[in-house]
Design a protein around this ligand. Structure first.
Ligand SMILES: Nc1ncnc2c1ncn2[C@@H]1O[C@H](COP(=O)(O)OP(=O)(O)OP(=O)(O)O)[C@@H](O)[C@H]1O
Ligand SMILES: [Mg+2]
Length: 581
């Protein structure tokens, strides 16, 4: 044994020869610790380990420390003080403050400082640690996994110095080995867990891809079928005289055809066959604009909270698609809360430094939608993104909502995760990749980011059945409740019956019997709260009788695009609700 550094004259007398009873006591301690470490995580045995170590070699303080992730220092997992029986944890020591000691951990099997305050390897601790705590001697062993030091096991003698016997040093070294085994076992368990979860992830994405291919094929054929049904149906409608009683049947066929076309559109989004028009987006703005609509959607029993992170990073996405995501998640949340509850929509910036299942490292913008509803079982959770998977009664759900969301998110290079337990609500988190390209969101024309969806009841007045079907289909596909009539007189009858439900009158201008402008004037007089939006093939200056039109006349030019109609309707409705707010 090399001579110990420092003045050893005051060291407490220690037995020179191994005491067989003590020796077997130390061995038994190690064996029993090894057994419990085998069965439990390190966290579970840390307290037992420090207690057993302190008792076995009779020191006041025994502790276990592990290196922090970045290896810049160590953190105390557990410290046991024998006289008080107290456990504490959390203290941290920086490696740069104790270079000799941390260097020694790398090279020594055991740091046995009989006089810690003068020992070369431990005297760095004197003023800040040893003196205040009255520690005289230290017996520390590094925890070595392979060639890596992951922590240290410490025994500290309070009072004067203390000579450490070879058995005690061997014991400390073995303690370090035991902890190393536990750390290794934990790492192995975690690695297995990660492997299992990434295999699960892979299986899931393969399944979704296969389902997507199948659905894509079906949707493609379906699109052709519905195009034919609607195309020929409309041709036939033109042939039939307006009063023909068979018109009713044909209308039903056309309505069913439109629904089929709507479903096909959703499927095409899921299978990424629909063209997206991505632009640079401020997600918070989309959420803000949608709030009014979402509130009406979820009803009064559900409280809506929006927690939008200021300074949110930008994303690149199709505004319509983001609206669709919000709508679908919100509708699901509402369905899960038939007796009311709480819906939280939150946005946040997220910098991931370690990968998570299905989410690589990087900058993400998260959109979380959380409800306090019925929640779901693991079996349901495993299938929710499959197209046509629904737990809702026939006629209530088609099972396309979440698969559409999945398709959109996937197309954007993002991800979606869900956490839910039966009875404990559900939390969906959509991650969008951060967009750092040029083109500020503020530069996006307002209408591109504006929601084009709505739930309001719109009275559609149009004598041309084709235009009427077209306009009604476009509006219904975005959630609106549309009442269709072919002329102004009928429109007034509907208004008299259910005027309080109508939020907007959308009317053609040139119609037989009574023109749209006359209808507009009557509406302004009889139902002053209901705004009127006109559709016409004429330009604004040439409408006959335009002097009778209200001053805030607004015209949608025919032929209109889907986008144009939806935008104008939404704008008109929003301006009205702003005035009434
Ligand atoms: N917030 C939620 N809480 C509880 N269960 C949910 C929630 N969101 C989705 N689910 C479950 O996932 C299933 C699939 O949802 P998805 O939106 O794809 O279809 P759907 O809502 O049933 O029908 P659709 O959206 O086509 O009208 C739902 O039937 C429901 O069982
Ligand atoms: Mg749904």
């Amino acid at each position: 044994m090399p001579p110990l550094p420092g003045d050893t004259a005051h060291l407490a007398a220690q037995p020179r020869f191994p005491d067989p009873r003590r020796l077997s006591g130390l061995g038994e301690t190690l064996v029993s610790l090894a057994r419990s470490i085998d069965r439990e995580d390190l966290d579970g045995v840390a307290r037992r380990l420090t207690e057993a170590a302190a008792d076995a070699i009779e020191v006041e303080r025994a502790s276990l420390w592990l290196f922090r992730e970045d290896r810049s220092g160590i953190r105390c997992v557990d410290l046991f003080e024998r006289s008080s029986g107290r456990h504490t944890s959390g203290l941290e020591l920086e490696a740069k403050d104790y270079p000799t000691y941390f260097g020694a951990l790398e090279s020594e099997r055991c740091i046995a400082a009989a006089d810690a305050q003068t020992d070369r390897m431990t005297r760095e601790f004197r003023d800040g640690y040893l003196l205040p705590l009255g520690i005289g001697a230290m017996l520390d062993a590094p925890v070595r996994v392979g060639s890596r030091i992951v922590g240290v096991v410490c025994q500290e003698h309070v009072g004067g110095g203390r000579e450490w016997t070879p058995e005690e040093r061997a014991f400390a070294g073995s303690l370090g080995d035991l902890v190393a085994l536990a750390v290794e076992a934990g790492e192995r368990r975690r690695a297995e867990e990660e492997l299992r979860s990434s295999q699960e992830q892979l299986r899931h994405s393969q399944k979704m891809e296969a389902v997507g291919r199948l659905a894509g094929g079906v949707a493609h054929d379906f699109n052709n079928l519905t195009t034919a049904i609607l195309g020929f149906g409309k041709l036939l409608a033109k042939e039939l005289p307006p009063a023909d009683p068979r018109r009713m049947f044909l209308d039903e066929i056309l309505k069913a055809g439109e629904r089929a076309a709507g479903l096909t559109r959703q499927l095409l989004i899921f299978t990424r066959k629909q063209v997206a028009q991505p632009s640079c987006l401020a997600l918070n703005q989309v959420v803000e604009r949608m709030q009014g609509l979402l509130k009406r959607l979820i009803g009064d029993d559900v409280q809506l909270d929006a927690r939008l992170e200021p300074g949110l990073w930008q994303v690149r996405a199709d505004a319509g698609h983001v609206e669709q995501i919000l709508m679908n998640l919100a509708v699901n949340a509402r369905d899960a809360m038939p007796d009311g509850g709480r819906l939280v929509i939150a946005t946040a910036n997220e910098r991931l430094e370690a990968p998570q299942p299905g989410v690589p490292v990087g900058d993400w913008v998260t959109l979380a939608v959380e409800d306090s509803g019925a929640g779901m079982t693991d079996e349901v959770k495993a299938r929710i993104f499959e197209p046509f998977f629904t737990t809702k009664p026939i006629g209530k759900g088609t099972g396309l909502g979440l698969s559409t969301v999945y398709g959109i998110v996937d197309q954007l290079g993002g991800s979606i995760a869900v956490r839910s337990k039966p009875g404990a609500g559900a939390r969906f988190v959509v991650r969008f990749p951060r967009y750092t390209g040029t083109g500020s969101a503020a530069g996006v024309p307002a209408h591109e980011a504006a929601p084009r969806t709505g739930l309001e009841t719109v009275l559609l007045v149009e004598d041309d059945p084709q235009v009427r079907v077209l306009a009604a289909t476009i509006l219904r596909s975005r959630g609106y409740d549309v009442r269709e009539v072919a002329g102004a007189h009928q429109a007034l009858r509907v208004l008299e019956a259910i005027g309080s439900e109508i939020r907007l009158v959308l009317t053609d201008v040139a119609m037989p019997q009574m023109s749209g402008s006359e209808l507009g004037a009557r509406v302004a007089h009889q139902f002053p709260g209901i705004p009127v939006l006109y559709m016409s093939g004429y330009s604004e200056g040439t409408i006959e009788g335009h002097e009778k039109l209200p001053r805030d006349l607004e015209l949608v030019q025919k032929p209109f695009t889907e986008e144009e109609l939806l935008r104008r309707v939404r704008e008109k409705l929003d301006r009205r609700s702003e005035r009434h707010a």
